[in-house]
Design a protein around this ligand. Structure first.
Ligand SMILES: [Zn+2]
Length: 306
């Protein structure tokens, strides 16, 4: 059984909860699927045209959360934490059935998705994985928000910096190697907002399902959630989780290095659109053990690409 083979989950896993923005309850079930089918969303509350592929070109909105839509405008939103969990755990193929338009926010992180997937177990096939290898440096900027991706040997590095005027959040930076680092803090880090933004978000029809059980709320120098933070870099770690989830909309795992300052869903999506505009920016590799690049030989270091 190859370490670099495609994976799915052992059996169905169900979740139930409200959407962060819609406040609407949804039932979501992750189902095992065959190699080379990828991650697919299916809206079970809709009878026709209910399949939505999490692909960068299907992102219809990336403000506050990532929403994907098919050509009939059937959408699923806030997919990023689930996609981040699937990326980190190396799940290549799964059918995600949902009976509403927003993925349950659960505890605001990917913790519950990850725990349930690990509890159910991961099933490995004999079909090799494919990876996208970045060949050229590409950058996308929107005023002071900057993101770039450049070639790396075998890893996906995410070097993320956030800067908030709020002194408690302030500046945080973290660098993770997605296939090598322990991602527990990344998975467990919750979405967050400033107390003073809640009114504005609600007026925009957002954050209707938000509360202190599924989001960190920062008021001046205080965290309003009982128990405070789950880890000292929880803010930037959550942004890294978002980034992983949004990167997985490339369709395959990526070999490259991301450097990002003040980024978010929109910036990651714009960067990937720029990368895939030109075939020279990347190559698609099928990883078979017999033609592994030299750098892959120390496979024990590779947790989740494997
Ligand atoms: Zn998020």
């Amino acid at each position: 059984m190859s370490l670099l083979s495609q994976k799915t989950i052992n059996k169905d896993i169900s979740f139930k909860g409200v959407g962060l923005h819609s406040g609407l309850e949804a039932n979501l079930t992750i189902k095992p699927s065959e190699p080379n089918t990828g991650i697919i969303f299916k809206r079970t509350d809709i009878k026709e045209n209910n399949i939505i592929i999490p692909n960068i070109f299907n992102v219809s909105s990336a403000i506050f959360c990532t929403t994907i839509s098919n050509e009939m405008n059937i959408s699923v939103s806030t997919i990023e934490h689930l996609m981040g969990a699937l990326y980190g755990l190396g799940i290549d193929n799964a059918l995600i059935e949902i009976d509403n338009y927003e993925v349950p926010i659960l505890d605001g992180s990917a913790k519950i998705f990850v725990e349930e997937i690990l509890k159910t177990g991961i099933k490995t096939s004999s079909v090799p994985i494919k990876v996208i290898k970045i060949e050229k440096k590409i950058e996308f900027a929107d005023e002071k928000k900057i993101i770039s991706i450049e070639p790396s040997k075998i890893s996906l590095d995410i070097d993320f910096k956030l800067k908030y005027e709020n002194a408690l959040i302030g500046e945080q930076r973290n660098l993770i190697k997605v296939y090598e680092s322990d991602l527990t803090d990344i998975y467990n880090s919750r979405t967050f907002c400033l107390y003073e933004d809640i009114k504005k978000l609600r007026e925009m029809g957002l954050a209707k399902g938000g509360n202190l059980k599924n989001a960190i709320v920062v008021k001046d120098n205080q965290i309003l959630n009982e128990g405070g933070l789950r880890n000292s870099k929880e803010f930037v770690n959550h942004k890294i989780l978002d980034c992983m989830g949004d990167l997985y909309l490339a369709g395959y795992k990526i070999i490259g290095k991301i450097i990002c300052t003040k980024g978010g869903h929109k910036l990651t999506n714009q960067l990937l659109r720029k990368v895939f505009k030109n075939d020279e920016n990347f190559s698609l590799l099928e990883i078979k053990e017999k033609n592994l690049p030299h750098a892959f030989i120390n496979k024990s270091n590779l947790r989740s690409i494997a």
